[in-house]
Design a protein around this ligand. Structure first.
Ligand code: UDP
Length: 325
């Protein structure tokens, strides 16, 4: 008997990779997506339900075939944009998630894996962050995700909803062999911008701030491959079969790389120089975010396979050199 998973936001970057991984592991997949930021070309696994989380009465269609569990990726996810337009972030991410949770409740669905973020921590006070670190987001994006985590804790208490919130550090890479990769409009993420600059496609690359208190003055992030994230979601889903409650796990490699280190690694892979200029700091950016992911490793048995920055950038380079969309 196959397990039917509803992937909300399955036409987006991380959601599409999760849909791919689920289908390849024999799950039955449905994708709920309104294509507001997702891609029609990424809808390659399972059936598609064109519903909108902000229109609650469109959601029931996704549950017509009984759903065993939900993975929820559908959200606005740009730190800078969230600082400029906080109401948008609270509406899409908080209200949208609440509508989804209520639809799950109407249809008796009791398991959820939720896309959360390292941005819930704000400015960390240690070099590497575990789940016990204080949460104090410094931008509305992180705040909106933390609010949903709180709703999930309350829902576990009141309704017995089982959930895992996965706090991603910096998702990167692609499954180019499966025809999917990272494609945002506008693109704001570092690795795609660096690779598009290498291809001469983007305007000159800007490095946002070189006066942070870090190894070379540029921000340090923990880059984790999108297929390793997908794998963690499936492990979390299986773990919830036997585990009640609301849980939180960090997902990262545990190693930080500066913006300049990413540019250097990309230059080696692309085999060309990548010009950049230094621009002012971007609002809402903490200097360093590096994960301690021991809990996901020990409790979920999660072992990231793409641990080298070179391998992550190489897989992104394969996609960006010949993107399918
Ligand atoms: N960054 C940059 N230039 C860009 C895009 C990003 O210098 O064109 C920096 C950004 O300021 C941050 C890091 O790269 O310090 C990672 O940013 P990204 O948007 O990829 O992910 P975030 O950490 O915001 O989730």
């Amino acid at each position: 008997d196959s397990c039917h998973v509803l992937v909300c936001g399955g036409a987006g970057y991380i959601g599409a990779h999760a849909a791919y991984a689920l289908a390849h592991q024999g799950f039955e997949v449905s994708v709920l997506d309104n294509l507001s930021t997702g891609h029609r070309e990424a809808l390659r696994w399972g059936r598609w339900v064109a519903a909108d989380l902000l229109k609650p009465d469109t959601l029931d269609a996704a549950f017509e075939r009984p759903v065993d569990a939900v993975m929820h990726f559908a959200a606005r996810s740009l730190v800078g944009e969230s600082v400029a337009a906080p109401y948008d972030y609270y509406r899409h991410n908080v209200v949208g998630s609440l509508n989804l949770l209520q639809a799950m409740q109407r249809h008796g669905v009791g398991r959820l894996v939720f896309s959360s973020t390292a941005a819930v921590y704000g400015e960390p006070d240690s070099a590497s962050i575990g789940e016990a670190h204080r949460t104090d987001p410094i931008n509305p994006y992180g705040a909106s995700k933390l609010m949903v985590e709180r709703m999930l804790a309350d829902a576990a208490q009141a309704y017995g909803l089982r959930s895992v919130s996965l706090r991603y550090f910096n998702a990167a890479g692609a499954a180019a062999h499966a025809g999917i990769g990272e494609s945002h409009y506008p693109e704001t993420h570092l690795i795609p911008n660096v690779l598009r600059a290498a291809l001469g496609e983007a305007q000159a690359l800007q490095v946002f701030g070189d006066d942070y208190d870090t190894v070379d003055g540029t921000c340090v992030r923990d880059y984790i491959h999108v297929l390793d994230l997908a794998d963690a979601h499936i492990r979390a889903l299986r773990w919830l079969d036997t585990t009640p409650g609301a849980h939180r796990f960090n997902l990262g490699n545990g190693q930080g790389f500066s913006v300049l280190q990413v540019i250097r690694a990309a230059e080696a892979i692309a085999g060309r120089r990548i010009p950049y200029s230094v621009a002012p700091r971007r609002a809402g950016d903490p200097p360093v975010l590096v994960a301690a992911s021991d809990a996901a490793r020990s409790l979920l048995g999660w072992v990231p396979r793409y641990t080298r920055l070179e391998d992550i950038i190489d897989s992104a380079w394969q996609w960006h050199s010949a993107p399918a969309f």
